[in-house]
Write a protein that binds this ligand. Sequence first.
Ligand code: BTN
Length: 255
Amino acid sequence: MTNSLDVEWVRARLPGRRLEYLATTSSTMMDAEALAREGCAGGTVVVAEEQTTGRGRLGRSWHSESGAGLYASIVLRLPLPVSHLPLVTLALGLATVEAIALATGLGCDLRWPNDVLVGNRKCAGILVEAHDDALVAGIGINMNHERFPEPVRDVATSLKLATGRAQSRERLLVALLEAIDRKTALLVEAGTGVILGEFTRASSYVHGRRVMVEDGARRLTGSTEGLDASGFLILRTDDGARALILSGGVRPLEA
Ligand code: BTN
């Protein structure tokens, strides 16, 4: 039996922010999108105890066990062109890693573009969607899960499994929203180079990593060679060509 999120504790630490809490929903992405279309303020966040059809990238689902994870979607209204959307995704990954470190002491890796890893296992993921003049950023963090179902059993972990103790979802939610404010402000004010540099330093996947990439119908293998100015991944394929990965799933290969 898990406790419900202490929403009032969180609201008390985030004065002025609209925080909608739902015991259950299909996906917080849909709830936040509806609020964005109604014209809600930037920073508005929807948090759910469970999602019945949590969504991941590339049409995947997001395992959303009740009370075990942090399932949040945040409406962002940033003065940035839509071409900066990949950079926003990278900034949100950095924010998630920073928040996890602050709230739990755990150091995480980032796998381009949006996977937060402990070792080789995924503990959090980020999904960014554009809706008219707003972005909706969905963040799922596996917090106190003790096990995972197929098909993610062998590739997922939780902060509890990684640290050996239950973690406070409230503390992490506050740290996450504050870190998102900091990283998106950095992107807007300091420009893309700072986020590209931070991501490159924080991720073991950006340089010299043997990977397999599934990008639509393409399946490529090669070694990573950095990020381009838009935040896309540069891959030197095994036949010597240079490929720019715009989206898709990146998986590690043996060196
Ligand atoms: C991914 O790694 O594929 C992205 C996962 C994003 C999951 C979060 S949980 C909160 C929000 N609501 C959803 O349905 N998805 C995102």
